[in-house]
Design a protein around this ligand. Structure first.
Ligand code: ZN
Length: 288
């Protein structure tokens, strides 16, 4: 086996067994092998088949109930936005690559100069784009050269079989000195280490690559983008961890109860974010 990202043969198996192919409450039922590359640091599946959006979303329960979607994603997008800072978007031409339902664009479209989205399967989400002040394209090829000030992409590039090619295309649409923010699941998510039953959930058929900062820096560099900064974001509260340890299952963000209140939860999240072992990485880069 050679690394699907850098081509090195210095790889070893880190996980073998059933992995998830659907949403958070679906079973892990796909046989898989996960390798880690010791050259570029990425973990990867043996398959390079990108799951179609329709297949991906079909397997997510409640996918098309508008209320459920907004209930789940509005809060999640706000976490990314808080981390980047609302002010960063003011008067910028913004592109959300892999914008899904448009929930992030909903948050920034009034403060930005112009907002665009790219969604390869935009037909699935048309009802979400109705009467919105932004324009959605199917591919980056529809976006003009040197036209974007600020690009964001959350939970998307881990799905791509050729992430370096896509980042090179992103490089093309960026203005000189444009900034990009990319959020992905963290390869060093602490739950992987403390709870074995989390692994078949963490590894997902549609996530072809599992990044850390080193592997993200590798793909940015290959695409001609300059790494600027990184931070970590933990999307789940302390009861999510407790439930993994007690019940061995995903429970999202359960209601907080005794004895850990909101203050403890903030401390918990800050701790895993500072340590670099949170659920997600956010990386900032710019066009050289
Ligand atoms: Zn590699």
């Amino acid at each position: 086996m050679i690394c699907r990202l850098c081509g090195s043969d210095d790889v070893s198996v880190v996980f073998q067994g059933d992995i998830r192919s659907g949403g958070a409450h679906t079973a892990s039922d796909e046989k898989a092998k996960v390798y880690r590359c010791h050259a570029c640091s990425v973990e990867f599946l043996t398959t390079d088949v990108e799951l179609e959006d329709s297949e991906y979303w079909d397997k997510k329960e409640d996918s098309f109930s508008k209320e459920k979607i907004y209930e789940k994603y509005d809060g999640e997008q706000l976490k990314w936005l808080e981390r980047i800072g609302l002010n960063t978007f003011r008067d910028k031409v913004v592109l959300d690559f892999g914008c899904g339902h448009g929930t992030f664009l909903d948050l920034v479209s009034t403060i930005s100069k112009k907002t665009f989205g790219v969604e390869k399967d935009k037909d699935l989400f048309l009802e979400f784009y109705e009467d919105k002040p932004y324009e959605i394209f199917e591919t980056l090829a529809d976006i003009e050269d040197d036209s974007i000030d600020l690009l964001v992409s959350f939970d998307v590039i881990e799905h791509l079989s050729k992430p370096i090619d896509v980042l090179s295309e992103i490089h093309r649409v960026l203005k000189k000195e444009a900034v990009i923010y990319i959020g992905v699941p963290n390869q060093n998510d602490f739950l992987k280490e403390i709870e074995e039953s989390y692994l078949p959930f963490y590894y997902h058929k549609s996530h072809l690559f599992y990044h850390d900062i080193a592997s993200l820096r590798y793909i940015l560099d290959k695409a001609g983008l300059s790494y600027k900064d990184s931070s970590f974001l933990h999307k789940y509260n302390i009861y999510n961890m407790i439930n993994w340890l007690k019940q061995n299952r995903a429970t999202g963000n359960p209601e907080k109860k005794h004895p850990f209140d909101g203050g403890h939860d903030t401390m918990f999240k800050s701790y895993v974010e500072e340590k670099g072992i949170a659920s997600h990485i956010l990386i900032k880069a710019s066009k050289r």
